[in-house]
Design a protein around this ligand. Sequence first.
Ligand SMILES: C[S@@+](CC[C@H](N)C(=O)[O-])C[C@H]1O[C@@H](n2cnc3c(N)ncnc32)[C@H](O)[C@@H]1O
Length: 264
Amino acid sequence: MTNVKYPITKKHCCAWYSLVKPVEVWLVFYLFIRRFLNNAGWGIKMEKDFWLERWEREETGFHQNEINPYLPQYWQKLHLAYGSEVFVPLCGKSRDMLWLRKQGHSVLGVELSAIAVQAFFKENGYTPHHVISEKFDHCETNGTRILCGDFFDLGKDDLAKVSAVYDRASLVALPPGMRERYARHLLSILPPATQILLITFDYLQPEMPGPPFAVSAGEVEALYREHAEIRLLAQLDVLAQNPRFQERGLSRLQENIFLLTLHN
Ligand SMILES: C[S@@+](CC[C@H](N)C(=O)[O-])C[C@H]1O[C@@H](n2cnc3c(N)ncnc32)[C@H](O)[C@@H]1O
């Protein structure tokens, strides 16, 4: 038996190259799309454990020790009556609730993590009283009530007295599929004519995995336009003030502030 050798000719090389080149292009394209979808949170189910574990591990970089500066700056645009009830979804232990209370509003928050709820009251020197219902542990003191439990378990009755919503780091905390579910549920339980002050982040999603996720003005339109009048109050470039996002690779970061008014 003779050993047959197949010399690799220039013709073979060209044939291989023409096959490999499109494969490389497709591979790069595939990796880009995969990264984009991963960063954007498509296919990620952010189950309750994700947040409960973050609170247990004290990974709460989203918490601000100061009052969010946009709140005092834009809140007066709502022209809310003294004493109106303000709903703070996915409230964490946000100190913004203290500011809202100081303006004379009663405050209603909802938060999954008991650690966050206890920390809010303890760190601010309050001793809440508790009422346990089927779905929530109601913790209340001095005009501030936090329902410890799942936002998606809230019903219309829970929000019957609400006149306004303050959404900071709530919509943007969720991956895309959950954002749709969140907006749908919120709209289904809020009273007519409720106003929503909404603060979002917008950046190039492939540059960083969420949360916080990028939520464009177009997405806010798509989520709410059928049910609300939408005003973009401000669009601010804030990368320079956010070194932690620069370190995570962002080349652009905007914060958008919206005022939504639900239809009657
Ligand atoms: C990014 S943090 C923002 C907290 C707060 N809005 C702030 O500005 O500090 C999102 C919060 O939502 C809570 N959360 C997530 N999913 C929730 C749900 N389904 N129901 C209630 N709270 C939820 C998390 O535990 C976490 O505290």
